[in-house]
Design a binder for this molecule. Structure first.
Ligand SMILES: Nc1nc2c(ncn2[C@@H]2O[C@H](COP(=O)(O)OP(=O)(O)O)[C@@H](O)[C@H]2O)c(=O)[nH]1
Ligand SMILES: [Mg+2]
Length: 231
């Protein structure tokens, strides 16, 4: 949990936190079992606010046909992202967390019926914009994907190592802006590898489409892998 309680409540807080995590993990395990039985790949997208999660999905969704794709998107307030994503023609539902800084497995479980489809191949979960809180909450996904934009600074993997460690793929977004920035590409790539040696990294732009083919290839390979495992 991200909410901080007073110092005096520390032990109580730790115990409550443990129970919340256990409850979350139990629901996530059930979700994962259900998705696996159906061969549904689930990707949990995590980044700071504004790194380009929704823009990337807008660029991605239409090109994934004939795969059947749905999206759940979490935000603290508003339905704006779900409205943006529905324009891509795929079922998309908003999870409004009303202050909570991450999605929890129970929220995915209760909103899944809003976007579920027969023979679903792929569920994207766009998490609440935050590099810390979403990291600890298993949503039953196959993989976490972390996005870091070229405008955020090369040091972010070092400052937020947990998400870079846990994610399977890092997407360096807004690659089109590089000519306008003092962005040290080599330094960012080096910092990612320092935190997660061997991590897969793709440099993409939702604006120009740079790198999107490689991202689509990565997704399709994961969908194929999942379906062959659980056919
Ligand atoms: N130049 C550029 N801007 C982008 C790109 N992706 C997203 N943006 C912009 O960054 C802002 C935040 O994007 P959004 O997708 O809402 O980020 P989210 O909060 O991670 O979902 C918007 O103004 C987007 O237009 C990109 O690839 N290139
Ligand atoms: Mg968004």
């Amino acid at each position: 949990m991200c909410e901080t309680k007073g110092e005096g409540h520390h032990h109580q807080h730790v115990a409550v936190h443990r129970n919340v995590m256990e409850a979350n993990d139990a629901i996530a395990t059930g979700l994962r079992r259900g998705f696996s039985a159906r061969g549904v790949l689930v990707l949990n997208l995590i980044s700071a606010p504004g790194s380009g999660k929704t823009a990337l999905l807008e660029r991605t969704l239409a090109q994934l046909q004939p795969l059947r794709v749905s999206v759940l998107v979490g935000d603290v307030e508003t339905e704006r992202d779900a409205e943006r994503l529905r324009r891509s023609g795929v079922p998309a539902a908003q999870i409004v967390t009303a202050g909570t800084c991450h999605l929890e497995a129970g929220m995915v479980e209760s909103h899944l019926p809003d976007v579920d489809q027969p023979k679903l191949d792929l569920l994207f979960v766009e998490n609440v914009g935050n590099l810390v809180c979403p990291t600890a909450y298993d949503l039953g996904e196959d993989a976490k994907v972390v996005l870091v934009s070229t405008t955020e600074g090369e040091d972010k993997p070092l400052k937020y190592p947990a998400i870079f460690h846990r994610a399977e793929l890092a997407l360096v977004t807004k690659a089109d802006l590089v000519p306008h920035l003092d962005f040290d590409r080599e330094q960012l790539l080096e910092n990612i590898q320092a935190v997660h040696p061997g991590m897969a990294v793709l440099e993409v732009s939702a604006k120009t489409g740079q790198g999107i083919d490689l991202w689509l290839d990565w997704i399709r390979a994961k969908v194929g892998e999942k379906q062959s495992l659980h056919a």
